[in-house]
Unconditional design. Structure first.
Length: 865
């Protein structure tokens, strides 16, 4: 007896039977449409559509295959049957009106490989994460890698390939595969597309079918229509609107991901690490949205090629430059202006890209009658050259330079910035072996200077510098099977801090060599099951001339040793990782992952507010341990209403080892014995994250909620008892909405709520001479008031012009629309006499809340030609 689903499918047949038999029944063209069916149900539908009875053994049916969303439109019967049997090695015997489907025991035909790039038709830029599907073999689909490259190994035959990417029209290519072939697919951007919410820079079903958990791919270009402080689009601020990603208040570009600290994020710009991703004391991130084409955030289950940090990976890729035509875009706001240029150096062969951005609050200060020499601004520049040497070789050279300057009344100045450079060579060794070789430079430095009547009285500098060489290979073995392997070596140089005139003692400079090998495998044995697993080995060796200090159990200096050179200390780490996806009926899946990550350097600072760029990077070594984290996570993912809605539920638990914190009253500047201020211990974090998103139609956006906790247990702090980290924020909720009122008007709203961050407030004080000494109770035992904020924006697009895709638009925004006075910090200040302003009793203090932002309106004009 046929199941109800089969009867429904039969009623939907269009047409019910294809008339007119061809000489070869297997080449008969049939057409039909169905819902999602099992393989046996689909074969019954084919019987009705073709008029032939099918005889087969149930053992030939794909094991554990997910239900098929099967349809055919004038497609050969043999091709449809091979799709249902999902690449099984089968043969056919036709006896009258009966087709026997048998296992083909002859040697399978040799397989051939097609490879190439999926690109933007207008610019020639490679598209990362684009999807390539094979109509005849649904299980053989693939996605492009981070360089836009794909490879597929298939049996000889004629296939229909379909390339697709979010925001682009799909393209279908018919190709006969009898030998290895190279094919590049160019997709055309949809000029009529609705505004796309920033979280959607990926294929529609990726959330369900991929093995990745805790992964978000953001469409950076759509940031420009969302509310932002000063009208300046910010990729990291938008990442803070995702579940499991927290900030610690106003003006913070830092990311605190699943219980991890701000320094436990690997932030990459064209593969170069960016050590301080903030501008203007955290009000803006270091990344100009005009220069960025792709951003991915991993909160769990990192791919095996990433290493060196515990909690997250933020991978940003610059635009490659348009190989076809010159273009210009930019924007002007109340606080900053930016300009982006790109175009061909030699058409179809090479291109350039250059972007610049600068703020101008310092120009406003010049209008003041008494500006006192104050100065505050930042600027940054991105540049890239892209050369196609031949079909198998591409060369890229990119760089970034950013700087912040802050000067106060000719008395104090500090400036800081990042510099990166990347030389990258993509090489195709064979049809199924792709390689990337990169040489990378990165530097972060910080400088302080004090003046008295124009004369420098004190200066201080700190920084970290990297030189990195790496090689990565992708070997496409067969459909659904890809091997990844590679190696890298990084030379780190740390300058914890020194007085540039050499008049004061300073913490010694240090060097380290970090090397790593990795091997990973992506495997999809059938449509239901997919695995990604691998192992990463890393070795960290301290070397070079330095001074090694020894401390006793009370962290007092006991002895020191002068290291003359060579290697003197080392750590190593094994990092296994596995992600698993099991496809359920319909558009649903279950996922699980385990990963171990290690970290050999840390950022030391004893300020938890946002307004500080003074971070000291130190390597692990004799006095500071390496860090490690083990994270397990499981999740349920479901798409419904034709992928219009996405639902996800993830939970995780993380064990952290080798965590560092500071003793009370720790001093960072002018302290040569900095390592003696560091305390070591363990931590744990856990949480659950829920997200519901709408990704199609005039109304798009998402609603998310996360509950999480993170704790530390460190000897010498809080009497050895467990305490919450200052970024322990149990509750968070985010709502992001975009509504297209008309083709020209788009309205957006962001609302965010979080529990107040944990703070370490004194419970009392005593006076010692002229000094008031605070007395602390439980570490981080108090909390700031809860944080919540609503931001609004409206985007007005220019009137469309015929045959012109580009244009301009205005963005009007309100930051903190209902004027919430969110506390930045709470300080204990002495109580003053209201009449005299004096302080009768210095030990009589009162908690005082400080907030920064009220309601901030802004307007910006953006253009693209």
């Amino acid at each position: 007896m046929k199941s109800p689903k089969t009867w429904v499918a039969l009623l939907l047949l269009f047409p019910i039977m294809a008339f007119g038999q061809e000489a070869n029944p297997l080449q008969q063209k049939i057409s039909f449409e169905t819902g999602r069916l099992t393989a046996s149900e689909a074969l019954k539908v084919v019987e009705m559509a073709s008029g032939y009875t099918l005889a087969y053994s149930s053992a030939l049916l794909p094991d554990g295959a997910a239900p098929l969303a099967l349809s055919a439109r004038e497609e050969p019967l043999e091709a449809v049957l091979r799709r249902i049997f999902q690449g099984r090695h089968i043969r056919f015997e036709v006896i009258g009106k009966r087709i026997h489907i048998l296992e083909d025991k002859s040697p399978p035909p040799s397989r051939q490989t097609i490879n190439g790039y999926i690109r933007d038709e207008a610019s020639g830029e490679a598209l990362i994460g684009a999807t390539l599907q094979v109509k005849e073999l649904p299980e053989a689909g693939t996605t492009t890698n981070v360089y836009g490259f794909f490879a597929l190994t298939l049996p000889p035959g004629t296939y229909h390939f379909r390339g697709s990417y979010i925001g682009y029209s799909s393209k279908e290519v018919e190709m006969e595969v009898q030998e290895d072939k190279r094919v590049d697919i160019a997709l055309e951007a949809r000029a009529e597309q609705l505004a796309e919410v920033v979280v959607w820079g990926r294929p529609e079903e990726e959330q369900v079918v991929s093995t990745a958990m805790g992964k978000h791919r953001l469409d950076v270009q759509q940031l420009k229509t969302l509310p932002a402080i000063g009208g300046e689009p910010d990729v990291l601020k938008m990442a803070q609107m995702l579940p499991g990603v927290k900030s610690v208040g106003e003006g913070s570009s830092g990311l605190y991901v699943r219980g991890g600290n701000i320094d436990q994020n690997l932030i990459l710009l064209d593969e170069a690490p960016v050590y301080n991703p903030a501008h203007l004391l955290g009000f803006f991130s270091a990344f100009n949205a005009d220069a960025i084409r792709h951003m991915e955030l991993y909160k769990a289950g990192f791919p095996v090629e990433y290493g060196g940090r515990l909690s997250s990976v933020v991978d940003l890729r610059m635009k490659e430059g348009n190989k076809e035509q010159f273009g210009m875009e930019g924007g002007i706001g109340l606080l900053a202006a930016r300009l982006h240029l790109e175009g061909p150096v030699q058409k179809d062969k090479s291109s350039f890209m250059i972007s610049g951005r600068r703020t101008y609050p310092d120009i406003y200060l010049l209008l003041s009658s008494d500006n006192g020499g104050n100065k505050v601004n930042f600027y940054d520049a991105n540049a890239k050259l892209n050369f196609k040497l031949n079909e198998n070789n591409h060369l890229f050279l990119s760089g970034y330079f950013g700087r912040d300057v802050f000067r106060f009344f000719d008395q104090y100045e500090n400036n800081w910035g990042n510099t990166t450079g990347t030389l990258r060579w993509n090489h195709i060794f064979s049809a199924n072996l792709f390689a990337n070789f990169s040489f990378i430079y990165s530097r972060y430095d910080y400088y302080i200077e004090n003046f008295i009547e124009g004369v420098t009285t004190f200066n201080w500098e700190s920084g970290v510098e990297d030189l990195n060489a790496k090689a990565g290979f992708s070997w496409y073995l067969r459909p659904g099977s890809r091997l990844k392997f590679g190696a890298n070596a990084i030379v780190h140089r740390f300058e914890p801090g020194r007085e540039t005139e050499g008049r004061l003692l300073a913490a010694p400079a240090q060097k380290a060599l970090e090397t790593a090998l990795y091997l990973g495998h992506e495997w999809t044995p059938n449509e239901r099951l997919a695995l990604e697993y691998g192992l990463r080995f890393s070795l960290y060796q301290n070397f070079g001339k330095t001074t090694i200090y020894q401390f006793d159990n009370a962290y007092q200096l006991k002895d020191s040793t002068r290291q003359g050179g060579g290697f003197y200390h080392h750590f190593y780490g094994l990092s296994p990782r596995i992600n698993l996806r099991y496809q359920l009926a319909g558009q649903s899946s279950l996922k699980a992952s385990y990963s171990r990550t290690v970290q050999y350097q840390q950022e030391l600072r004893n300020a938890i507010n946002s307004f500080s760029a003074f971070y000291i990077w130190m390597p692990s070594g004799p006095n500071i341990p390496m860090q490690s984290a083990d994270q397990i996570s499981v999740g349920y993912f479901h798409n419904f209403q034709d992928n219009t809605y996405e639902f996800s539920l993830e939970t995780y638990y993380k064990w952290l080892d080798g965590q560092v914190d500071f003793a009370d009253h720790a001093a960072l500047i002018q302290n040569p014995y900095l390592e003696g201020e560091v305390r070591r211990g363990n931590g744990r974090a856990y949480g659950v994250e829920v997200m519901l998103a709408r990704r199609k139609g005039r109304l798009q956006g998402w609603l998310s909620y996360a509950y999480s906790r993170t704790f530390r247990t460190i000897a010498g702090i809080n009497n050895g008892r467990e305490y919450p980290a200052y970024y322990d924020i149990p509750h968070e909720a985010e709502l992001v909405l975009q509504y297209e009122v008309s083709p020209r008007w788009l309205f957006s709203a962001n609302w965010q709520y979080t529990t107040g961050k944990a703070v370490n407030l004194p419970i009392g004080s005593f006076q010692q001479g002229e000094t008031i000494v605070p007395i602390y109770g439980e570490r981080n035992g108090r909390r700031l008031p809860d944080y919540h904020r609503l931001d609004l924006s409206a985007t007005l697009k220019a009137k469309p012009k015929p045959n012109r895709r580009n244009g301009s638009y205005w963005v009007f925004s309100l930051y903190n629309a209902y004027y919430r006075k969110n506390a930045l910090s709470v300080d204990l200040l002495p109580v003053r006499d209201r009449a005299t302003g004096n302080v009768p009793d210095p030990t009589d203090v009162r908690a005082t809340k400080t907030y920064i932002f009220g309601l901030i309106p802004s307007i910006s004009y953006n253009f693209k030609f």
